[in-house]
Write a protein that binds this ligand. Structure first.
Ligand code: UGA
Length: 443
């Protein structure tokens, strides 16, 4: 099938590449000329495991193309995806500017019937706005061309996006027109083998499904972070509690890891946007507000533990802190809404210096923070430890899981670890002569 995708961000690029990989002809459109030229030369703008060779192979095979020519891409598409960004507006609701701009562009250039698909995470009712925007442009040029607007939300996880796309656990299709549903089923048939993964529903339910999924996952995390804070105060170990509840299939093992708060481009934005939608429709989003409030608080928890250890914020002045992990989670260089950003801001505010190491996010950190005297971006985990007083682990990258504690002990002036992801066993760290603070480990 001929597929056109607007937006070469995470969702657009990964989806386009996976669709090309199963044999569809895909054209990805972006307004960023430099990005498009880069992609045509095989320069992948994001770090995502497995993506680069797939982009290159499908590009070389002629099934995956990148262009800034929206008009030609619209003309060639049987199915046109909108996968551009929906950044949060000032009040936290999703800003649909880019989505609607693409819709207008489609309306200006559509020359034959097509299915337009919202892939971006968009509030309930957006498909109606997209439909209206396209219809208005068609009407303005006196064109009478049939088109359908469907919702097909994305459930990719950064760091595992190619796998999620190639082996989805469900494919949600929100549409009412039988032909549009049929076309999307055909498009996804290669990903729908062995058992039925396609769930067809009305457009609004599909739009809400995406938010419900992310809000549920965020709720699990905030719940566990709250339990962790209770555990810390009552002298319990939340890791034991996690083991104690996860085996109940109604609770499950996934997304019950307490930590330094959730970050990324999805959970913080989507929880807020859903809360705004609820309010807009007269529903008080009590739980969603609490999920967000807990997370905001949790992002400051590592700093609180540090202040507690040192006997107050003032004692952090002049300290040098080694920070392991800057990305919002492992296997990505993405630092959007990352807990590390809050921690660094708090440390700098307190007058501490930071030596940070992240296996992938160094460039991103450089871009965000620029040059500053109180930040040194290091080339290795050990380099970050040199001349440091304390170590804070913010992201659970694999190479941080089993460090040489004797070496850490030798390097740190204050011999203390703040473990924001509960990677280590407190006994093992303490046996090495290092004070240990985890999340929710008050035993
Ligand atoms: C999330 C969802 O997991 C995807 O299903 C969804 O498609 C995506 O958002 C999206 O809407 O596009 P992602 O933001 O890539 O994916 O990352 P996650 O792996 O979900 O992690 C989010 C944050 O939660 C990270 O900061 C992570 O450290 C934190 N987390 C996760 C915890 O603190 N505890 C956990 O148990 C799990």
């Amino acid at each position: 099938m001929q597929v056109t995708i607007f937006g070469t961000g995470y969702v657009g690029l990964v989806t386009g590449t996976c669709l090309a990989d199963v044999g569809h002809n895909v054209v990805c459109v972006d307004i960023d000329q430099a990005k498009v030229e880069g992609l045509n030369r095989g320069v992948i703008p994001i770090f995502e495991p497995g993506l680069e060779p797939m982009v290159k192979a499908n590009h070389a095979a002629g099934r995956l193309r990148f262009t800034t020519d929206a008009a030609a891409a619209i003309e060639s598409g049987d199915i046109i995806f909108i996968a551009v960004g929906t950044p949060p507006d000032e009040d936290g609701s999703a800003d649909l500017r880019y989505v609607l701009e693409v819709a207008r562009t489609i309306g200006r250039h559509l020359s034959r019937p097509a299915v337009v698909v919202d892939k971006s995470t968009v509030p309930v009712g957006t498909a109606d706005k997209v439909r209206a925007a396209i219809a208005a442009e068609l009407q303005a040029r006196g064109a009478d061309i049939a088109f359908e607007v469907a919702s097909n939300p994305e459930f990719l996880k950064e760091g595992d996006a190619v796998n999620d796309c190639m082996r989805p656990d469900r494919i949600v299709i929100g549409a009412s027109d039988p032909d549009a549903i049929e076309k999307l089923k055909r498009l996804y048939a290669p990903f729908n083998r062995n058992h039925e993964r396609i769930v067809v529903m009305d457009v609004r339910s599909a739009e809400l499904t995406k938010y419900a999924a992310n809000a549920m996952l965020a709720t699990k995390i905030s719940f566990m972070n709250e339990i962790a804070n209770i555990a810390e105060r009552v002298g319990a170990d939340v890791e034991m509690v996690r083991h104690g509840i996860g085996s109940d299939p109604r609770i499950g093992w996934h997304f019950i890891y307490p930590g330094a708060g959730y970050g990324g481009s999805c959970f913080p934005k989507d929880v807020q946007a859903l809360a705004r939608t609820a309010q807009h429709h007269g529903v008080e989003p009590r739980l969603l507000n609490a999920v967000e409030a807990v997370n905001e608080h949790q992002k400051g928890h590592l700093f609180e533990l540090m202040a507690r250890h040192y006997g107050g914020v003032d004692a952090l002045r002049g300290k040098t802190v080694a920070v392991w992990g800057l990305a919002f989670k492992p296997n990505t260089d993405d630092m959007r809404e990352a807990s590390s950003r809050r921690l660094l801001a708090q440390l700098w505010e307190a007058g501490a210096r930071v030596r940070a190491y992240d296996p992938e996010a160094r460039q991103e950190a450089q871009r965000i923070f620029g040059e500053r005297d109180d930040l040194l971006l290091c080339d290795s985990a050990n380099a970050a430890l040199a001349d440091a007083d304390a170590l804070v682990v913010v992201t659970e990258w694999k190479p941080f899981r089993s460090p040489d504690f004797a070496r850490i002990r030798g390097a740190l002036a204050d011999a203390v670890i703040f473990d924001g992801r509960n990677l280590y066993h407190p006994d093992e760290v303490e046996a090495a002569g290092i004070a240990y603070y985890g999340i929710g480990r008050g035993r």
